[in-house]
Design a protein around this ligand. Structure first.
Ligand code: C2O
Ligand code: CU
Length: 524
């Protein structure tokens, strides 16, 4: 259509502007519609087809079967086809099936109304009738067998062994390493306690509501008497061992081991105590001690080398992270281990120690303790990856929002980090998203090399959960020594559901399990 002839130049321009506006409007709507359409994931897809393969400068792209495409509407693999001859299924990555269990535990998951002593009732979850679930303890080298039974949790449950480098089939991620355990079903987990330290377990199906609601517990691997004797020779070993699982339940009650506010642990003056702090919340917490100085003996299930006494500083514990503190009960008093909103008083019955406000400075683990040689050389890694966290408006599986991105991608556009067994991998995790993210890689431990370019100068600092603040950049290294498909996500659990989730996958490993709205599997 032509502009009306009689119009003045001015009104012709107005006519053009209107036409242009209409065309641009149609284009914009079309583009947004296309973005929406392209973001919608199929109802069922495989985790290994979920991202854009990133080989980190190492081999793999040329290997047949290794170059997984974007997830497409049909998905590219089916459970029925199974792995090809040169492929391994995650289901085959198990502990020795013929070895009898040394520790056998049964966990029964229920959805129920929970009332903590002194607290208001909420709709939550229990394991064997309580939350937290039972503390599971094993000794280094023992085979742990846990039978998880779902009594009546409608969404299904799983158990993930946070920080334990289990065989992949035992990792407990719904839709990646197993199907969610539906009401009336059971799943048996078997793994060897190869690490010594403080860990925890939690649901990895609908993990945000289920973990907040109580589906978690502590998991402690103690040393053998021989290892313990060696530790004793090197210093003085704590005589008491106390678990302190920190958790904020629905309704906001802050607890330690399910107790709201203050709780008490009996100990005698002079006792040295190992306090195993576990942050089961989605945000970092600080912890501090009054009545004693303390040493940080371990972080994320790894003993630190040469920890020195700390006073007037707090310890930051990442979401999902752990810190083992050593404290000593003073003569005529007690020790208070505090987190905002709750504390654990350790000492003789009736002994008093005041609450104190949080020290201003946090202890910097980048320079705490003594350097020591590590098992591998990260100077010439086999692969180098970047895990760059940002935030963009867009569509995530058809939902509009302001989502977290990885290397600028979201949904099926995130990188999928591909490795081979034996690789030394260096990953740079940086964050320009405006918020802190507690990053957690399953099945491996990360050695912190640098933070904002400053090399680690204290004890080797191994983590499975690492707080990366806005504007920060960490260089970490790990050895790819545990084949499988491993989640690598933010442990602020709502953030994982908002896109901050991908996988480290070994070339040639496939999974028969499926994610997506039609599968019932929803790991976040
Ligand atoms: Cu503590 Cu992916 O989990
Ligand atoms: Cu996050």
């Amino acid at each position: 259509m032509l502009p009306p002839r009689t119009d003045s130049a001015k009104s012709r321009w107005a006519w053009f502007a209107r036409r242009l506006g209409a065309v641009l409007g149609v284009v914009a709507v079309g583009l947004v519609g296309w973005m929406w359409w392209a973001s919608v994931l199929p109802g069922s897809y495989s985790a290994i087809d979920m991202g854009v393969p990133d080989f980190g400068g190492g081999p793999g792209a040329e290997t047949p079967g290794a170059a997984h495409g974007h997830v497409s509407a049909s998905g590219t693999r089916t459970a029925a086809s199974g792995p090809a001859a040169d492929e391994t299924s995650v289901s085959d990555l198990t502990a020795d099936p013929d070895r009898p269990a040394d520790v056998h535990v049964e966990l029964i998951a229920r959805a129920e109304r929970v009332t903590l002593p002194g607290g208001a009732p909420f709709d939550g979850f229990t394991l064997n009738g309580s939350t937290p679930g039972p503390t599971i303890r094993a000794t280094e080298g023992q085979l742990v067998e846990v039978v998880l039974r779902n009594e009546d949790v409608p969404a299904g449950v799983t158990a993930h062994w946070h920080g334990v480098d289990v065989p992949n089939a035992m990792d407990g991620v719904a839709g990646v390493t197993q199907d969610a355990v539906m009401p009336g079903q059971t799943f048996t987990y078997r793994f060897v306690a190869e690490q010594v330290g403080t860990f925890w377990y939690h649901a990895h199906q609908a993990s945000h509501p289920q973990v907040v609601g109580g589906l978690f517990g502590a998991l402690i691997f103690g040393p053998t008497p021989q290892t313990d004797a060696a530790a004793a020779a090197a210093g003085n070993p704590p005589v008491l061992d106390v678990v302190a699982a920190i958790h904020t339940y629905p309704g906001g009650a802050r607890t330690i081991n399910g107790a709201i506010g203050d709780s008490h642990q009996e100990a005698a003056p002079g006792d040295s105590v190992r306090v195993r702090l576990i942050n089961t919340d989605s945000t970092p917490t600080s912890a501090w001690v009054s009545g004693s100085s303390f040493r940080v003996l371990a972080v994320d299930g790894h003993d630190l080398v040469g920890p020195t006494a700390v006073a007037d500083q707090s310890v930051q514990i990442t979401a999902g992270g752990r810190a083992d503190l050593e404290v000593r009960v003073p003569a005529g008093g007690a020790v208070r281990v505090q987190v905002p909103g709750a504390s654990l008083v350790i000492g003789p019955h009736g002994a008093h120690v005041d609450q104190t406000s949080a020290p201003r400075d946090p202890l910097d683990l980048l320079s705490y303790g003594e350097p020591a040689p590590t098992a591998f050389d990260s100077d010439a890694p086999d692969r180098r990856f970047t895990y760059d966290i940002g935030r963009l408006p867009g569509f995530l599986d058809g939902r509009p929002g302001y989502w977290w991105t990885i290397n600028g991608g979201l949904g099926a556009g995130v990188p999928m980090y591909m490795v081979d067994e034996g690789d030394v991998v260096v990953m740079t995790i940086s964050n320009s998203s405006g918020e802190a993210h507690p990053m957690h890689l399953h099945g491996h431990h990360l050695l912190v090399l640098t933070r904002d370019g400053v090399p680690s100068s204290g004890s080797p600092w191994w983590v499975d959960s690492l707080d990366v603040a806005h504007g920060e950049s960490f260089e970490v290294a790990f050895i790819a020594d545990n084949p499988g498909v491993w989640m690598d996500h933010c442990h602020n659990l709502p953030h994982a559901a908002e896109g901050l989730m991908t996988h480290v996958a070994y070339n040639g490993v496939t999974t028969p399990f499926r994610l997506g709205r039609d599968t019932g599997n929803d790991p976040e």
